[in-house]
Design a protein around this ligand. Structure first.
Ligand SMILES: [Zn+2]
Length: 205
């Protein structure tokens, strides 16, 4: 079965069970996104036009960000590197679209506590951790950062806040020359936030 061939996690547990594969914490909608990826190599996280027409641009983009982050967490749980990297590219596409229409990116920290908990306090170089702290430090205005810290007091993970302080310091030029100011995430080279390392990128397969 294709599903079992693609995921080390599913391979590990296929010997323990015969007909039912538990995927704790994965919403059916998110698992459906993963199934579509397996069979078509496409990432379908956008609302269909009819659904999107009923909501605002803001709510449909918020909904898509939630699906993207939950899809990433499922890919992490299933140890599917290609899917994780495809979802990261989906997040960068989402970022491009969102910044073209609105400067409100506040939803990228909506579920940050859940992300850090699911990834078990990820290391500093974890791709999703780097991406989110890059978005906040480079694309949020000072007013947005102040509002985020006040509105979400107590819910922002310590590791995220440490990253943020360090990156804001670099951005302001207090520890890094302005000529070395980091690029916006959506302008980075293709594999910057991928996790395949020296392995082949899904784009080349
Ligand atoms: Zn890559």
């Amino acid at each position: 079965m294709k599903l079992l061939n693609r995921s080390p996690y599913l391979k590990d547990i296929q010997h323990q069970i015969s007909t039912y594969i538990p995927l704790p914490d994965a919403q059916p909608e998110v698992f459906s996104i993963y199934q579509q990826w397996l069979y078509t190599r496409g990432l379908y996280t956008k609302m269909v036009v009819k659904e999107a027409a009923l909501g605002s641009f803001h709510s449909s983009h918020r909904d898509e960000w939630t699906k993207l982050t939950e899809s990433y967490l499922l890919g992490h749980k299933l140890a599917d590197i290609d899917f994780r990297d495809r979802v990261i590219d989906g997040m960068l596409e989402w970022l491009n679209e969102t910044t073209n229409y609105t400067y409100d990116l506040s939803m990228v920290v909506d579920n940050i506590a859940q992300i850090y908990a699911a990834l078990k306090d990820p290391p500093e170089d974890h791709p999703l951790r780097r991406l989110i702290s890059d978005i906040v430090s480079l694309e949020f205005t000072d007013a947005m950062i102040q509002k985020m810290v006040i509105d979400r007091k107590g819910e922002l993970p310590g590791g995220f806040l440490l990253n943020l302080v360090s990156k804001l310091s670099a951005k302001s030029g207090t520890s890094t020359p302005s000529s070395n100011c980091p690029k916006l995430p959506e302008l980075r080279e293709a594999c910057h936030y991928h996790c395949h390392g020296k392995g082949e990128c899904y784009r080349e397969k």
